[in-house]
Design a protein around this ligand. Structure first.
Ligand code: NAD
Length: 243
């Protein structure tokens, strides 16, 4: 990174949860945001001049490339990307269908690949950029019923580390964040009643994370304060599974 004015940051999965909070924090500090999601939620209604919204599917590489081109044309440059878009649909191993498996891999991994491929040529050209990928504690520490999700989130770490090495000579950094559990619509949609409270009691810090806890870590990685930080997995989880 250099001392130049920050460019725009692309956020996928910006319509909900962690991506929504990253978008809010970026806009609060005056950073232009290219917000991408299948469901943009309340973002278009914000009418913020620093915000451009793209209703797109991250499995659509052409749509991502179009969003990148439009953002560069409007904002001059893209200096960061947080690829938050993802799905989590747990079920017992023998109930996993080909459709379940393909949905997880096409959104949680192929969508991340396409998002990186869309922004990286520009970042390489300007010799400046920071990419934040989203893994999960489940990528390392197993729990029953999560095989298809865990496989993709382990894959995100492999993708992140390889990309970090390939991009380092271009001054483009690539890191991951692995939330333990964060209070967003994603876990609420699938976890039985009481699970969040149980997880809070089992956490050394006595609570589960918030979308803001996760977004705070992303804001650091996207900033110049992290200019020598690449290839790392930030486990933002209140201290669970310390091994
Ligand atoms: P969320 O469900 O609140 O938000 C995810 C967003 O991604 C949604 O707005 C959804 O519309 C969007 N999305 C899904 N598929 C898409 C597609 N194909 N194209 C475009 N947008 C798509 O989830 P969250 O909790 O904010 O999760 C953000 C990231 O953090 C995810 O990658 C998730 O796997 C990871 N994560 C979350 C937790 C947690 O407990 N919340 C834990 C570990 C990892």
């Amino acid at each position: 990174m250099n001392d130049a004015k920050p460019g725009a940051v692309m956020v996928t999965g910006a319509g909900s949860g962690i991506g929504r909070d990253i978008t809010r924090q970026l806009l609060d500090q005056g950073t232009p945001v290219a917000a991408c999601d299948l469901d943009l939620g309340d973002l278009p209604a914000l009418n913020n001049p620093d915000l451009t919204t793209f209703k797109l599917d991250t499995r659509d590489k052409a749509a991502l490339e179009e969003a990148v081109a439009q953002t560069i044309a409007e904002r001059g440059t893209i200096t960061g990307m947080s690829a938050c878009a993802g799905i989590f649909r747990p079920k017992p191993f023998f109930d996993i269908t080909v459709e379940d498996w393909d949905a997880h891999f096409s959104i949680n991994l192929k969508g991340v690949l396409f998002s990186c491929q869309a922004v990286l040529p520009h970042m390489i050209e300007q010799k400046r950029g920071s990419i934040v990928l989203w893994s999960s504690g489940l990528g390392r520490s197993p729990q029953p019923r999560t095989a298809q999700y865990a496989a993709t989130k382990g894959g995100v770490l492999g993708l992140m580390r390889t990309l970090a090495l390939e991009m380092a000579p271009h001054n483009v950094r690539v890191n991951a964040i692995s939330p333990g559990i964060a209070d967003t619509p994603m876990p609420h949609a699938v976890m039985p009643e009481g699970t969040m409270e149980e997880r809070a009691r089992a956490n050394p810090m006595g609570r589960i994370g918030t979308a803001q806890d996760m977004a705070n870590a992303a804001m650091f990685l996207l900033s110049d304060d992290a200019s020598f930080t690449t290839g790392q997995d930030f486990r933002v989880n209140g201290g669970v599974n310390l091994f």
